[in-house]
Design a protein around this ligand. Structure first.
Ligand SMILES: NC(=O)c1ccc[n+]([C@@H]2O[C@H](COP(=O)([O-])OP(=O)(O)OC[C@H]3O[C@@H](n4cnc5c(N)ncnc54)[C@H](O)[C@@H]3O)[C@@H](O)[C@H]2O)c1
Length: 323
């Protein structure tokens, strides 16, 4: 019988790419999503779709009774700025929603492996020079990162005390087809749309600030690798956490130049005052994922940006023909 995976947030940008990966590997895929930011058009045709909110008893019942081998948990409030404006809303979905699912896994008595989508980009803060290793100190800049870190403590606790099989993947700034402008790598979506509109690309500050941009297809492969890897000890923060990035620092200046090159568009670049509270540098050390998950990123920034721009250009062409 095919292995069974539940992908929460599977109508979203990364979750739908994760669902595609498991389907391609022959798994039976169920998606749970409330479509709050996800889109029906992202849902793979051969997945089963359940519309629902992870904070509800119905979602808990689905997990408890579903006999899933793997739970890829991506459903979340993903907007860092919104978490600053409304930390209670962020914590309700990102902490309590996750706890609801973990309690359901515990109640099921089924050996489900939970793979949690955490963040590397919003976790480590700015105190040590990049790339950050999993064991680096954590100093989240926003409630969004605090919620992700809180969940990681719960994952460790459920592993230690209740024997649950949990993994945390700490993503860099994920970009790729289907992304929207609100995520941690929203700048790529914003720039693609601006290039298509022939408008200037706005860079805040001097553009030297760096991020670790990782392609969504590589992140989906990391989820699959984490689903199937034999993993060591559970129950300690960081023990089952893996950075998923490229280890490469890319500046906003390099990002905007590369996007202009691959798109062939000629939009000018304009500079605006730096935004308060932005990290100066960020990149993730991914040697642990390589050693224990056998995972390395495969898509270069140039190829990934070209694929992403093509997606936005095709989508634009489709909506214009439907007008
Ligand atoms: N995009 C990035 O750069 C990045 C970086 C680090 C971590 N992550 C994490 O990866 C995951 C996926 O992010 P994404 O960029 O694909 O965002 P997304 O908004 O495209 O996907 C999130 C999905 O979750 C669904 N959802 C939200 N709240 C829900 C709820 N209460 N119940 C059910 N469904 C709900 C949304 O409808 C959406 O389909 C998130 O957990 C996010 O925090 C993303």
């Amino acid at each position: 019988m095919a292995q069974r995976v539940l992908v929460t947030g599977g109508a979203g940008f990364i979750g739908s790419t994760v669902a595609d990966r498991f389907l391609a590997e022959g798994w039976d895929v169920t998606i749970l999503d409330d479509l709050s930011s996800g889109r029906e058009e992202n849902l793979p045709a051969s997945a089963r779709f359940v519309r629902g909110d992870i904070t509800t008893p119905d979602a808990a019942a689905l997990v408890r009774d579903g006999r899933f081998d793997v739970l890829c948990h991506l459903a979340a409030q993903i907007d860092v700025r919104r978490s600053v404006l409304d930390p209670v809303y962020d914590a309700t979905r990102n902490i309590l929603g996750t706890l609801n699912l973990l309690e359901a896994v515990r109640a099921s008595g089924h050996p489900t492996r939970t793979i949690f989508s955490s963040t590397g980009g919003a976790l480590y803060g700015d105190f040590d020079p990049p790339p950050s290793a999993e064991s680096n100190s954590k100093d989240p800049e926003a409630p969004y990162g605090i919620a992700k870190l809180s969940v990681e403590y719960y994952l460790a606790y459920y592993g230690r005390v209740h024997g649950l099989d949990n993994v945390a993947l700490r993503y860099g700034n994920v970009y790729g087809p289907r992304q929207d402008p609100h995520g941690e790598a929203g700048v790529v979506a914003i720039f693609c749309n601006r290039l298509l509109d022939g408008r200037a690309l706005t860079v805040f500050g001097d553009g030297a600030q760096t991020r670790d941009y990782v392609f969504s297809g590589d992140v989906a492969r990391a989820n699959f690798a984490a689903a199937t890897a034999a993993l060591p000890e559970r129950g300690r923060l960081d023990a089952r956490a893996f950075n998923i990035g490229t280890s490469i620092e890319t500046s906003v200046n390099t990002l905007s130049e590369t996007l202009r090159e691959v798109s062939g568009a000629t939009s000018p670049i304009e500079y605006a005052p730096a935004r308060a509270g932005e990290l100066a540098r960020s990149a993730l050390d991914t040697r642990k994922a390589q050693a224990l998950l056998g995972w390395t990123p495969q898509v270069t920034l140039r190829d990934g940006l070209a694929q992403t721009f093509r997606y936005f250009a095709d989508r634009r062409a489709r909506t214009e023909t439907h007008r």
